[in-house]
Design a protein around this ligand. Structure first.
Ligand SMILES: [Ca+2]
Ligand SMILES: [Ca+2]
Length: 91
């Protein structure tokens, strides 16, 4: 019983710790070519005028279309050009 409780406690601690260190944990899941681990590829960020070393820019919306950069990346749209500017994607 005590061993089981210890294992459960250490598993719970592991969950807490992984939550506290979300940066490195998510870094382990990041794909190659994503220096800032924001789930947007370095090459895509550079091609679209973003900073591949600035994780915070994933939440930015430079074209003001209401779609964050990380979502623009996933849908393959241009983060610098809103759909009604000819980008071709609806939100
Ligand atoms: Ca990135
Ligand atoms: Ca946008």
């Amino acid at each position: 019983m005590h061993v089981g409780r210890k294992l459960a406690a250490s598993a719970a601690l592991g969950l807490v710790l992984s939550g506290l260190v979300a940066g490195p944990a998510s870094a382990a899941r990041a794909r190659p070519g994503d220096a800032d681990h924001d789930h947007m590829a370095d090459s895509w960020e550079v091609a679209h005028g973003l900073d591949p070393t600035n994780r915070a820019d994933r939440k930015a919306d430079p074209d003001g279309d209401g779609v964050r950069n990380d979502k623009e990346f996933r849908r393959g749209s241009d983060p610098q050009q809103a759909p009604n500017d000819g980008g071709g994607f609806e939100t």
